[in-house]
Ligand binder design. Structure first.
Ligand code: S5P
Length: 481
C-alpha cells in the first residue's frame, strides 16, 4: 500500500510540474537533465499533506522534541507535520535579521532537545548540514533528517560523515522507474538521467554559514570571510603572511611549476611571479637541479613576493620524513616555506617534520583529498585529516582538497585540478574551472599547472586564471555576507 501511495504522489508531482526534464543549473553550478521544484507544492494543499505524511511515515518516532524544516521549501512541509503530530517546530532563518531580536532560530526550545530535520531534496546534503550546524551551535541534538527525494549524488553519505542519519521517502532511481512504468517518460530519458546521476555522485558538502564561535577565536566562517578578515583569525605566521600577499597582490592563484629544467623554472617564475601567491614545485623533476637552481628560485620569490611550496607529499613515519625534509640533495626545509604532506601515517608525520624545522618559519598543507580519478581519500580520511590539522595548527595551515575539509577560517583550502577547458588528461587528472573550484568546492586558492605552463602565452594565461579565481572569491564573499 505504501508503494501505491508513493506512486500516486510521484505521478501527481509530475503532473503539476514538480519533476522537470531538460537542462538545469543546480545550486552547486552542476548542469542536470532533471530537476525537482517542490516549491510550488504550496499551491496544492492536498498534495502537500500527502508529501508531509510520507515524510513523517519514513521517520516517525516519539523521540523528537522539535522539528525543523530547511528553509524555504521544507517550511510548509514541516508546518503540516508539526500541526498533525502536535510536535513543536523551529524556524531557521536563511539570514539573521539585522533588527529586533537578531535571532537566527525562531521558536522555544531547551538545550539538548532532539530535533528532526525535514528537507525536500538532497544533492550534496549541504543545505541540511547548514541547518544542522546552526542548531547544533544552539546545543540542539540533530542526528536525524528525513528528505522527500534523495538524488543519489552522495548527500546521504556526506551527511553520515557529519553524524546525520538521513532517510529518504524516495530516490531518483525509483522516481524514474515509476514515471517510466506509467508511460510518463521513455527509456532514453530514464537512461540519460541515471547516467548523469552515476557520473555525478561524489558531491561534497560546502559549508557556507556566516558565523561560528567554534574555534574560540570569534571567527567568521572560512568561505564567507574576506582574506583581510581572516588574517586576524589565524596565529600561523605563514598563513598570515600568505593572506597578506594574496590581499596585496589580489591573487589566489598558485602555479604548479611542473617543468623539467632550471631555465624553464626560473623563466616561469619571472613570467608568472607578479600574478601568483604561491610557486609550487616538484623539485625532483628538475633534470639539472643544483644549489644554483634554489638560489635563483629564492631570488624570484623575493623579487615577486610569492611563497615557495615544495609539493613533496611527505607520507612516511616521522623519523624518515624528518630526514627527507632536511637532508639529501634537496634539503627542502632550508628553502621551501611550505610543504605538502599526506596525513596517512598519522600525526607522527607532522611531528617528524616539525623536529627538523629548527627555528625556521615553516608550515605544511595536508593533502586531504586527491583530484585524481579513483583516489582512495574517502570522507573518513578527510575527517581524520581535519582532526590532525586541528591538533597541529602551529604547523598545519591548510589543506589540498576538492571540497571544504573544515569551515575553520584559520585553514586555507587549496584546490588543484583546475583548467579553463574542463577536459581531463588521460592519466586520471580531473578538472573544474577556476569559478567552480572557488564557488562550488570552496577553494581559497586554486592550483594550476598545465593550464598555464603549456599555454602559448604564460603571462596572459596566468592573468586570466588569476582574475577568474579572484573574481570568483569576491563573488563568493559578496553572496555569503
Ligand atoms: O589532488 C591533487 C593534489 C595535488 S598537489 N591533485 C593534483 O593534481 N596535485 C598537484 O597539482 C599535481 O602534482 C600537479 O603538480 C598540480 C596539478 O597540475 P595540472 O597540470 O593538472 O594543473
Amino acid at each position: 500500500m505504501a508503494t501505491s501511495t508513493l506512486e500516486k504522489v510521484v505521478l501527481e508531482l509530475h503532473e503539476i510540474g514538480v519533476v522537470k526534464f531538460g537542462s538545469f543549473t543546480l545550486k552547486s553550478g552542476m548542469q542536470s537533465p532533471v530537476y525537482f521544484d517542490l516549491r510550488i507544492i504550496v499551491s496544492y494543499p492536498k498534495l502537500l499533506e500527502s508529501v508531509s505524511e510520507l515524510l513523517w511515515e519514513a521517520k516517525k518516532s516519539s523521540g523528537y522534541q522539535q522539528i525543523c524544516g530547511v528553509p524555504y521549501t521544507a517550511l510548509p512541509i514541516a508546518t503540516v507535520i508539526s500541526t498533525k503530530q502536535n510536535l513543536p517546530m523551529l524556524i531557521k532563518r536563511k539570514e539573521s535579521k539585522s533588527y529586533g531580536t537578531k535571532k537566527i532560530v525562531e521558536g522555544v526550545f531547551k538545550e539538548g532537545e532532539k530535533c528532526l530535520i525535514i528537507e525536500d531534496v538532497i544533492v550534496s546534503g549541504s543545505s541540511v548540514y547548514e541547518t544542522v550546524e546552526t542548531l547544533r551551535e544552539l546545543n540542539l541534538a540533530c542526528e536525524e533528517a528525513v528528505v522527500f527525494l534523495d538524488r543519489e549524488q552522495g548527500g546521504s553519505a556526506n551527511l553520515a560523515a557529519m553524524g546525520i542519519n538521513a532517510t529518504s521517502v524516495v530516490n531518483i532511481t525509483q522516481v524514474m522507474q515509476i514515471l517510466h512504468k506509467h508511460g510518463r517518460i521513455n527509456q532514453a530519458t530514464v537512461d540519460s538521467c541515471l547516467e548523469f546521476i552515476n557520473s555525478n555522485n561524489d558531491t561534497s558538502i560546502v559549508a557556507n554559514k556566516k558565523t561560528s564561535t567554534k574555534n574560540g577565536l570569534g571567527a567568521t566562517e572560512r568561505v564567507s570571510a574576506t582574506f583581510e578578515a581572516r588574517i586576524s583569525t589565524t596565529n600561523h605566521p605563514l598563513a598570515r603572511k600568505l593572506l597578506e600577499i594574496m590581499v596585496a597582490k589580489k591573487t589566489n592563484l598558485c602555479i604548479a611549476a611542473d617543468v623539467s629544467t632550471t631555465k624553464e623554472l626560473i623563466t616561469l617564475a619571472d613570467n608568472v611571479g607578479p600574478h601568483v601567491c604561491i610557486f609550487k614545485t616538484h623539485i625532483d623533476i628538475i633534470s639539472d637541479f643544483s644549489d644554483d637552481t634554489l638560489k635563483q628560485l629564492q631570488g624570484m620569490a623575493t623579487k615577486h613576493n610569492f611563497m615557495l611550496m615544495e609539493d613533496r607529499k611527505f607520507g612516511d613515519i616521522g623519523a624518515t620524513v624528518a630526514n627527507q625534509y632536511s637532508s639529501g640533495v634537496y634539503k627542502i626545509v632550508e628553502w621551501a616555506d611550505l610543504v605538502t604532506v599526506h596525513a596517512l601515517p598519522g600525526d607522527g608525520v607532522i611531528k617528524g617534520l616539525v623536529s627538523a624545522v629548527n627555528g625556521r618559519s615553516r608550515g605544511c598543507v595536508l593533502v586531504a583529498e586527491m583530484s585524481s580519478q579513483g583516489a582512495l581519500t574517502n570522507t573518513d580520511y578527510v575527517k581524520n585529516s581535519s582532526k590532525i590539522a586541528e591538533d597541529h595548527t602551529y604547523f598545519v595551515m591548510g589543506f589540498v582538497a576538492q571540497g571544504s575539509v573544515s569551515d575553520d577560517p584559520r585553514f586555507l583550502l587549496m584546490t588543484p585540478g583546475v583548467q579553463m577547458e574542463v577536459l581531463n588528461d588521460n592519466l586520471g587528472q580531473q578538472y573544474v574551472t577556476p569559478h567552480a573550484a572557488v564557488m562550488d568546492k570552496g577553494a581559497d586558492i586554486i592550483i594550476v599547472g598545465r593550464g598555464i605552463t603549456k599555454a602559448e602565452d604564460q603571462v596572459d594565461a596566468a592573468v586570466q586564471y588569476k582574475e577568474a579565481a579572484y573574481n570568483a572569491y569576491l563573488e563568493r564573499v559578496k553572496q555569503l555576507q
